[in-house]
Design a protein around this ligand. Structure first.
Ligand SMILES: [Zn+2]
Length: 256
């Protein structure tokens, strides 16, 4: 497994919103320390998505509005570029994790909320489809919040299934994921919106560090059942910074 990361993702001044927890200073420091500390995850450096890439999933007027905010636009183009790179490598057979911000699953075709700007994971899948490299995909989102933006961006593509994991407890969450994956179809690639805010000390108050390993391992199992094993994950939420690094690492150990 490899990690897609650009040093500019450490810059936290891309957001003008004081309540944007995804842009908290130092948020990705612990994550990259944990992933680099694991020793065998090579880091690959992405380049920014192009305007054409973004227009695969977003409307012209929305893109133009984001372009008026130079720092946000630059960060969001790099985040989308990182997700696209992860998808590209994944299709060639390597499991990937893209450590990015701003996140993307609340970004719809023509608007966004919840600290998101461009729909990173959906754009990565549309990019593969546009290149004629996939026809179908399964997107699993285990963030505490529903990926409403992802669903909107992919709504005209029925062969791209979106599955948001829910549950009132950790046991519920894991059971629902297991059931959902049992019923999941044969697809060309597995994409994951990896949010860590369902953590016991985060907004969702449910999942443990070990549960993130279990989630990663269930997703790996599904990819193995698909035969080709193609899979990639992209960071969404996760705001309890003292443990975010170990939670991401736990997921990656299961997913790799
Ligand atoms: Zn969330």
């Amino acid at each position: 497994m490899r990690v897609v990361f650009h040093e500019s993702f450490h810059d936290s001044d891309y957001s003008e919103d004081k309540h944007d927890n995804a842009a908290d200073p130092g948020r990705l420091v612990g994550v990259m320390e944990a992933l680099r500390g694991e020793g065998h995850y090579g880091v690959v450096i992405p380049s920014r998505a192009t305007r054409e890439d973004i227009l695969l999933g977003h409307g012209e007027a929305y893109v133009a509005a984001v372009e008026t905010k130079a720092r946000l636009h630059a960060a969001a183009m790099m985040a989308a570029g990182a997700a696209i790179m992860a998808a590209d490598y994944a299709l060639r057979g390597e499991p990937m994790f893209a450590c990015v911000r701003p996140p993307g699953h609340h970004a719809s075709r023509s608007s966004a909320w919840g600290h998101c700007t461009f729909s990173n994971v959906a754009l990565a899948l549309l990019w593969l489809r546009n290149a004629g490299r996939i026809r179908s995909a399964m997107l699993v989102d285990f963030d505490a919040h529903t990926g409403d933006g992802t669903k909107d961006v992919l709504r005209a593509w029925p062969e791209a299934r979106v599955f948001n994991v829910y549950g009132d407890s950790a046991a519920d969450y894991l059971r629902n994921l297991e059931e959902g994956l049992k019923q999941a179809p044969q697809v060309d690639i597995l994409a994951v919106s990896a949010g860590f805010d369902a953590y016991i000390h985060d907004l969702g108050h449910k999942l443990s560090t070990e549960d993130f390993f279990t989630i990663g391992r269930m997703l790996q199992g599904y990819a193995i059942r698909l035969g080709h094993q193609r899979r990639f994950a992209v960071l969404e939420g996760g705001y309890y910074l003292p443990d975010l690094g170990k939670n991401v690492l736990s997921f990656c150990r299961g997913f790799e």
